[in-house]
Design a protein around this ligand. Structure first.
Ligand code: DSN
Length: 430
């Protein structure tokens, strides 16, 4: 096996790891990747991630490092920063955050004092752990007040489960937060930073936009941009933006020093310059006009998937989607079916998704009544609306036959055939 592995010419002394890399490549190739926060990076991004830059210590920033030998590293990081500024039309970029969570914590640290009040979206309504979940360190340092969604509605003309901007305004007036956070990890509708800016301005608050999920859609012009509207924009580079695992922050020039200081030395030590080089590669790819076509196709595919899943009997949270995410309430499909069981049986069928709470979910976050699915990865692999309809049918069949092992095995074979036509890594042979 290792003789034909795409990894064995690099990893010559560790067949166990070569086998695991081969197995994971095979899993990604032969099963459907529908986790909304995942994507397939290009081979160029993979190569930069696995480069000699991993060897270098470069605490500090270009031109101001605490170690010698950083002339080339400075060029790498400047390239990444400049490409990122160009991509989003931003005044300042920091490409060092190791993750979106670190980007968020650093932004809070740059803008606030411990104990200050932040108004952000509740995790079980679609927010993120770093938006003040009791389980996150953020809630121990800052005082969070949470907003949520409007109630569910049965009127298709007036779908509910939309961010409740009236509640955001009321809470902002009542609690006078120093910072308002817009953005979510499990929300399917457009979040327009301008709506939040109007509220922030009324109460004299700063505005941060957590664009972890839609960053690639924003870069591709398929979602309104918060840059120039929010004071700070944080995001991950590995979701719709299709880069390596990591984070980034954009801000106005007057906040640059505070943001940079909050990442290093405030929160992190040495930057991951191999990841920063890979980010630079991804930003160049996102500057290519073909990336805009990709971003629009991701949204079109999510719409096709949502409609086909609704036809299978699932309820669409928020009534549908404007982005890459579809959030399913399983209870209309089968009252007894939990998100946990659905995720597990879909995994057996080769359909990779994650369970997710639905708004006001009566089940625990470990069990849940919903599933979150996303189209960023399989759109990269070349799938279109026709394949989305097929995926919805396969999901419906899997969950209806969840107690029939033979049926699940048959579906897994059909999934592998479908994936065989849309190989995300044709240049990696094995
Ligand atoms: N884990 C990310 C997601 O799946 O959306 C959020 O951090």
């Amino acid at each position: 096996m290792s003789g034909t592995s795409p990894f064995s010419s690099w990893i010559t002394n560790d067949p166990e790891i070569v086998r695991l890399l081969d197995d994971e490549l095979n899993r990604q190739r032969t099963t459907l990747q529908l986790i909304a926060s995942e994507n397939f990076t290009s081979p160029a991004v993979l190569a930069a991630s696995g480069s000699v830059l991993t060897n270098k210590y470069s605490e500090g920033y270009p031109g101001r490092r605490y170690y010698g030998g950083n002339q080339i590293i400075d060029e790498v990081e400047d390239l990444a920063r400049n490409r990122l500024k160009e991509l989003f039309g931003a005044e300042h970029a920091n490409v060092q955050p190791h993750s979106g969570a670190n980007a968020n914590v650093a932004a809070y640290q740059a803008l606030l004092e411990p104990g200050d009040t932040i108004l952000a979206m509740r995790l079980d309504q679609g927010g993120h752990l770093t938006h003040g979940s009791p389980a996150s360190i953020t809630s121990k340092i800052w005082n969070f007040v949470s907003y949520g969604l409007t109630p569910a509605s049965s009127d298709p003309e007036l779908p509910g489960e939309i961010v409740d901007l009236n509640q955001v305004l009321d809470l902002a007036k009542q609690h006078r937060p120093k910072l308002i956070v817009a953005g979510a990890t499990a929300y399917t509708r457009t979040i327009d930073a301008k709506d939040y800016r109007a509220i922030a301005d009324q109460v004299g608050a700063l505005l941060m936009f957590d664009a972890a999920h839609p960053a690639g859609l924003i870069a591709g012009g398929a979602h309104p941009s918060p840059v120039g509207v929010a004071d700070v924009v944080t995001f991950t580079t590995h979701k719709t933006l299709r880069g390596p695992r990591g984070g980034a922050i954009l801000c106005r020039e007057d906040l640059a020093k505070a943001i940079d200081g909050a990442i290093f030395p405030g929160l992190q030590g040495g930057p991951l310059e191999h990841a920063i080089a890979a980010k630079a590669v991804a930003f160049k790819e996102a500057l290519d006009p073909r990336f805009s076509a990709y971003a629009h196709q991701v949204v079109a595919n999510a719409n096709a998937l949502a409609q086909a899943l609704e036809a299978e009997g699932f309820r669409l949270v928020s009534g549908g989607t404007d982005n890459h995410i579809v959030l399913l309430d399983l209870r209309t499909f089968d009252e007894e079916l939990t998100g946990k069981e659905a995720q597990e049986v879909l995994d057996h069928a080769g359909i990779t998704v994650n369970r997710n709470t639905v708004p006001d979910d009566p089940r625990s976050p470990f069990v849940t009544s919903g599933l979150r699915v996303g189209t960023a990865a399989e759109t990269t692999a070349g799938m279109g609306p026709e394949q989305m309809a097929e995926i919805a049918r396969l999901m419906g069949r899997t969950l209806r036959s969840r107690h029939d092992d033979a049926a699940i095995r048959t579906i897994r074979e059909e999934v592998a055939v479908l994936c065989g036509t849309f190989d995300p890594y044709p240049s990696l042979s094995n």
